[in-house]
Design a protein around this ligand. Structure first.
Ligand SMILES: C[S@@+](CC[C@H](N)C(=O)[O-])C[C@H]1O[C@@H](n2cnc3c(N)ncnc32)[C@H](O)[C@@H]1O
Length: 312
């Protein structure tokens, strides 16, 4: 009863209820929450602290900043969900908050896209700054079992490298990306490799333009650290996976290279295996295999997950 009372008390205050509502629509930093609610940083920080202590919000530390979201596990997660569902979003103050939230999201997306536009042609060079690509690709080929696939989807395909890698062992491959310049580079690469069985198209990883259960293999290679909502992206990938299909995720393990956020539009400074496993679980997938490729300063994680109950 004490924990419930504490959580109820924490929520029973206008600013904190607004924070809870806004954080239910996205993961946000203190600075962003300050902009959205129009209140001072110390005040917002104090309210956030109380909400976190009560288990209604979760704080995810990344380098020098922290991201706040509504709790999805722990004793107060259920209460947080109920409160968020009960909140009258037509309320004028909340409606304004949510409008400002949308503006923050648009600004973030624009800065990421501007980065990609500026770097489309050089992307292949930029990623070679991290763990040797050949090593990651070997692990991926190994993890996807060396078997032939019918249909493959590469989410956030960029220059189409994953399609190049798997193109010879699939019947049909498609890569989707939000960025037209990236797609232009990918098309040129596929053409160069004469991969007629592969194509790329404009698409958003949060709204994949495919019916459920369409693919035997889905790859998400170095994309999640740009994602506003990685869990939602994994959920959408799981939706289009056939019951016996496999999802391969590749991304950085947690690191503190803050400049990647500022200079390269990274939204997340890596992911822990626990975090990945939890998101997969929520999407109805089970992580079957994972590899850690130690690098300096960046290490890379490679994960294979399959729909729970699907054929092994
Ligand atoms: C770092 S690149 C990785 C490209 C490729 N997977 C690779 O490893 O070479 C990240 C890519 O994700 C794409 N991207 C970011 N947000 C996206 C979204 N919401 N939907 C689809 N693609 C997205 C970017 O445009 C970019 O091409």
């Amino acid at each position: 009863m004490d924990a419930l009372l504490e959580a109820l008390r924490a929520a029973a205050e206008p600013t904190r209820l607004r924070l809870l509502t806004v954080c239910a629509h996205g993961e946000l930093t203190v600075t962003e929450l300050t902009q959205i609610l129009g209140q001072s940083q110390p005040r917002i920080s104090r309210h956030l602290k109380l909400l976190c202590e009560a288990g209604l919000l979760q704080r995810h530390r990344e380098g020098t900043s922290a991201l706040f979201r509504v709790a999805d596990h722990g004793t107060s997660a259920g209460l947080a969900r109920i409160l968020v569902d009960l909140v009258p979003v037509e309320d004028a103050t909340l409606a304004r908050d949510l409008e400002r939230l949308e503006a923050v999201k648009v600004a973030r997306a624009e800065s990421a896209q501007a980065y990609f536009r500026a770097n489309a042609a050089q992307w292949d060079r930029i990623r070679s700054l991290h763990v040797p690509e050949a090593e990651v690709e070997r692990a991926l080929l190994d993890l996807l079992g060396g078997r032939a696939f019918e249909d493959m989807l590469d989410i956030g395909t960029g220059t189409g490298r994953m399609l190049e890698l798997f193109g010879g062992r699939i019947r049909h491959g498609v890569g989707i990306d939000l960025n037209r310049e990236m797609l232009a580079v990918a098309r040129a690469n596929l053409e160069r490799c004469q991969l007629r069985n592969c194509q790329v198209r404009l698409g958003d990883m949060y709204h994949l333009p495919f019916p459920p259960k369409s693919f035997d293999a889905v790859t998400v290679h170095q994309v999640l650290h740009f994602a506003e909502e990685p869990a939602a992206a994994i959920g959408e990938a799981a939706r289009v996976l056939k019951p016996e299909g496999a999802l391969a995720l590749v991304d950085f393990l947690p690191h503190d290279l803050e400049y990647l956020r500022e200079e390269h539009a990274h939204r997340r400074l890596g992911f822990s295996p626990d975090e990945v496993a939890r998101w997969c679980h929520s999407a109805g997938l089970a992580v079957e295999d994972e590899r850690v490729l130690k690098g300096n300063p960046l290490s890379v994680g490679v994960w294979r997950a399959r729909p729970v109950g699907g054929a092994a």
